[in-house]
Design a protein around this ligand. Structure first.
Ligand SMILES: C[S@@+](CC[C@H](N)C(=O)[O-])C[C@H]1O[C@@H](n2cnc3c(N)ncnc32)[C@H](O)[C@@H]1O
Length: 220
């Protein structure tokens, strides 16, 4: 694992977050991550939907890399872990949030008449006790183009800001992808440590993080 990018808020490592040479991303205070779900996702070309073919996400053949990272993280600090209805849930889930995607999401490949427009966010570890003032259904406005990047699974930074704002301390995202968590943390003036296996995505993260710090323009 090697240091790829650093600024006042974000530290990004290129390499695997699990394994002997992993830098200690697990020293952070809060885990907010969107790991390979274990669904062997890939995509054909779809010109009508304006989306390109993609060979898939590394380590997405099963949920073992997610579970290895969660085992390293442990159960004493808060974790927000994105996931799918179609894959085994992680251990120790305290609560499950549903992210309801924008109205133009989840259209391609759906044959039942219902869009595939929800994803799960598992809360594991220890979270502060609070009165139940928030819905467990999180929505994002606009359309998918508002948060699309060169990474096929980019998440809206507004959604991540929503998760981060109730937490304190440094954020870790060991499956950083296009860096949405890191960009959101930075926009909120929070420190964040990221890890990404694919160099092309590290390049994208560095580019995004080097842009305007106060990037409030993404979907919320
Ligand atoms: C679902 S994507 C994350 C997308 C991200 N939330 C975003 O908004 O762009 C999961 C990422 O984990 C990366 N990955 C897979 N195995 C990894 C590993 N062992 N260590 C670090 N990153 C890994 C993949 O390359 C992929 O970019």
């Amino acid at each position: 694992m090697s240091l790829y990018y650093q600024d006042d808020f974000v530290t990004l490592y290129h390499g695997s977050c699990v394994g002997d040479d992993a830098e200690p991303w697990w020293t952070a205070d809060v885990l907010v991550t969107d790991p390979p779900y274990g669904i062997a996702w890939k995509k054909g070309q779809n010109n009508a939907a304006g989306s390109n073919a993609h060979a898939g996400i590394k380590n997405d053949h099963d949920a073992s890399v997610r579970d290895a990272a969660l085992a390293i993280w442990g159960s004493t600090r808060p974790a927000f872990v994105f996931g799918s209805f179609r894959a085994p849930f992680p251990a120790g889930v305290k609560q499950t949030l549903v992210w309801q995607k924008p109205v133009d999401a989840g259209v391609v490949g759906s044959t039942t008449g219902y869009r595939t427009d929800t994803e799960l966010i598992f809360l594991t570890g220890k979270h502060p006790k609070r009165p139940p003032s928030r819905s467990s259904v999180l929505t994002t406005g606009g359309g998918v183009s508002r948060y699309r990047t060169e990474h096929p699974h980019s998440k809206p930074t507004g959604l991540l800001e929503n998760l981060i704002e109730w937490t304190t301390g440094t954020i870790a995202d060991p499956f950083a992808g296009s860096g949405s968590t890191l960009v959101a943390a930075k926009a909120m003036g929070r420190k964040a440590i990221g890890v990404e296996l694919e160099e092309r995505y590290c390049e994208l993260i560095a580019k995004r993080c080097a842009q305007d710090v106060l990037d409030f323009g993404m979907a919320s």
